[in-house]
Design a protein around this ligand. Structure first.
Ligand SMILES: [Zn+2]
Ligand SMILES: [Zn+2]
Length: 204
């Protein structure tokens, strides 16, 4: 019987080899998604100052690395235990995850999922490994477990936001990457709501 499981994909990515160095367009291999992961074909991405901060190695300096964390794409394949997403779905990856079940996600006063927490260090959120390799087979690290400066990437299912209602008008597509940050910012509103409570303390 034909094996229909996802295979490694060869594609191009903009790779940051060293701090402050120009990105190089390289052929990479993106491994199949593992459990609770989704592989995305990226349609467009944006450049954020956070990318520049990591490019300058001011935070978690690890290279080579694929930057980019605000994007829009379409699901290419899904790993085991992924529910609610299928190939062809339009999605926006986000840097903050949301499981909807842990005490933090269920709370009105916390926007940082504790079951699949955000981390500045590279590595997929559940096992700390990368899904990208360069032409020599060496690992290429991710950024915020998104790495959108690539034709394909793998993101945790908790970091995906499905664009329900189908594809947007083409003239809006270039604005969609900003939703990746916007959704994280939307979760920020929980903190604002917490601040509205009398006698509450908020660390910002
Ligand atoms: Zn950003
Ligand atoms: Zn959670």
């Amino acid at each position: 019987m034909e094996d229909k499981s996802p295979k490694p994909i060869r594609c191009k990515a903009a790779v940051c080899r060293a701090a402050g160095e120009p990105l190089t367009i390289e052929e990479i291999v993106v491994d199949p998604p593992k459990a609770y992961e989704i592989r995305i074909k990226l349609i467009c991405t944006s450049l954020c100052h956070t990318d520049i901060t990591f490019w300058q190695a001011k935070v978690a300096p690890v290279f080579p690395r694929i930057l980019g964390h605000e994007a829009y794409g379409v699901v290419e394949s899904v790993g085991e235990h992924v529910e609610g997403f299928a190939a062809g779905d339009a999605v926006v990856p986000t840097l903050l995850g949301q499981c909807d079940h842990c005490p933090s996600c269920a709370s009105e006063h916390n926007n940082l999922c504790t079951s699949v927490p955000v981390t500045m260090a590279p590595g997929m959120r559940r096992d700390g490994t990368t899904r990208c390799r360069d032409a020599q087979g060496s690992p290429v690290h991710d950024l915020l477990a998104v790495s959108s400066f690539s034709e394909y990437t793998v993101v945790d299912v908790n970091q995906e936001w499905e664009l329900r209602g189908g594809w947007p008008r083409w003239n809006l597509v270039h604005q969609l990457p900003f939703l990746g940050w916007d959704r994280s910012a939307w979760r920020w509103h929980k903190v604002q709501r917490c601040a509205e409570r009398p006698r509450s303390s908020v660390l910002i």
